[in-house]
Structure formats: C-alpha cells, structure tokens
Design a protein around this ligand. Structure first.
Ligand SMILES: Nc1ncnc2c1ncn2[C@@H]1O[C@H](COP(=O)(O)OP(=O)(O)OP(=O)(O)O)[C@@H](O)[C@H]1O
Ligand SMILES: [Mg+2]
Length: 236
C-alpha cells in the first residue's frame, strides 16, 4: 500500500530523519512513535511532500511518487492531517469540507459521490452536523480536529497520515476522535503519529519507534506495548 525506503529528511543542516524504511499494508493501522524531536512530523511531511529536501523512495501501491508535489500526491489518495489541525478560518465547517473534495481529482466521482462523502463525515462526527454553518475561527480545538480529519476523508484517502490528532485536546474529546479513527481504519489504512503510545497501541496493529531520526524499534502493538525496549527507545 504505502512503502517508504531509505527516507532521509534535512531541515537545512539538520538531518531530521536518516535512512528510514517503513510500510503500511492494506487494512493496517500503523503507529509512528518517538520522543519530541525524533523526526515523526518530518517523516509524515516528507511522505506527503510538504517538505521537499528528502531522499529515498515513497511508493503508493507499488508506484514511486517520484517528483510529484503535495497536491499531486493528495490527488493520488495520500492524504495528510498535519499537526495543528488546520482549517480555513473564514470558511464554515461545511465549506471547509466541500473545498477539500478537490483532492479527489479524477478519482472523485461526481457530485453524488461528494454528497455521499459529506454524509459519511457528518455520520462519523455528528457534532459537526450541528456546526455546519460555523466559521473555522469559531471552532474549539476538538471541533477543528474533526473538521481536519473530515477534510482528509473528503479526498477519498487510499492511505491517511495523521500527526498527533489528540494533542492538546480534553480526554473526552480525544475519546471521540479515536472512536472515529477506529471506524475509519476499517476502510482506510492509517499511519498515525502519536505522543500517547497507549492510545496508539489501542488503535494500531504495528508500530515503528524513531530515536533521533533513526528507526530504533519496530514490531506489533501487542509485542511492544509496555516493554522496557519501548521505554528505552524514548530515552535519548
Ligand atoms: N522547519 C525546521 N527547521 C529546522 N529544524 C527543524 C524543522 N522542523 C523540525 N526540525 C528539527 O528536526 C528534528 C525532527 O523534528 P520533528 O518535528 O520531525 O520531530 P517530531 O518527532 O515530530 O517531534 P514532536 O514530538 O516535538 O512533534 C528536530 O531536531 C527538529 O528540531
Ligand atoms: Mg511532531
């Protein structure tokens, strides 16, 4: 589904990720874990082409992404919900969802497909249906996170990348977001960056753990959860 080989990411002189291999197979939810600054965000940003200074190969369904930019990669179905839950502040919830449909590009079906996707998003996040005319700037953090995930779903993801969807949210809101992710993962493979490894292990089948930009550990959620090896990988 998604295969990354030898990924290296530089921010100027800083090597944020070095020689990373990872894979997300059909039907899988995979966690990408690690301490602050380990290179998790840089990895997702490189996969979705939000940062350009990378080497290595990213394949979607066996096809290398080559030099495609972020928009083109999104049109292929590789959709990224970045950290900071960005939504358009002057657009309403509904408008935010509608404009995100452009990522479907030629895969997208017509208006009917768009309506069906909207219904799915509102079904997944019933709270948003009541807020559909509210502008982005007036949303709480949790509401904005739901819109950000909903926007990615409007693009009909083949693989969904999520960067710390629970960051800064109240526990009950995190529960709502993760309940939605549990439903989403039934049909879309996920690559999830999460600080809270316990949450990640509840949702995911496998995990990769980064330390200072390199792969420190990989394995099944059941095999890694709570192990001393996992704790050690967080200590730099
Ligand atoms: N735009 C940037 N310019 C320079 N250095 C950067 C930039 N973004 C990240 N870095 C550096 O790259 C390394 C990896 O950062 P990255 O944000 O990928 O880590 P992370 O695992 O997502 O961390 P966090 O848990 O804090 O979100 C860090 O050393 C960071 O300081
Ligand atoms: Mg990060």
């Amino acid at each position: 589904m998604l295969r990354v080989e030898g990924l290296t990411v530089h921010h100027g002189p800083v090597a944020a990720v070095v020689g990373l291999d990872l894979e997300v197979r059909p039907g899988e939810a995979v966690a990408l874990l690690g301490a602050n600054g380990a290179g998790k965000t840089s990895t997702l940003a490189a996969i979705s082409r939000l940062v350009a200074a990378t080497s290595g190969t990213v394949r979607l369904d066996g096809r290398p992404l080559g030099r495609r930019g972020a928009d083109q990669v999104a049109r292929l179905g590789l959709l990224h919900v970045p950290e900071g839950r960005r939504v358009f502040s002057t657009l309403t919830v509904h408008e935010n969802l509608l404009v995100a449909g452009s990522a479907r590009g030629r895969r997208g079906g017509g208006r009917r497909a768009g309506r069906a996707l909207l219904d799915e998003v509102y079904d997944l996040f019933p709270m948003l249906a009541a807020l559909r005319d509210r502008p982005g700037w007036a949303l709480s953090g949790g509401e904005a996170q739901m819109v950000a995930i909903g926007r990615a779903l409007m693009g009909m993801p083949r693989v969904l990348l999520l960067d710390e969807p629970s960051l800064g949210l109240a526990p009950t809101v995190v529960d709502a977001v993760y309940a939605a992710l549990a439903r989403i993962r039934e049909r879309v493979p996920l690559l999830l960056v999460e600080q809270d490894s316990a949450r990640a292990f509840e949702l995911c089948d496998r995990a990769y753990v980064l330390r200072s930009g390199r792969l420190a550990l990989a394995g099944t959620a059941a095999g890694l959860r709570g192990t001393p090896k996992l704790v050690a990988a967080y200590l730099t």
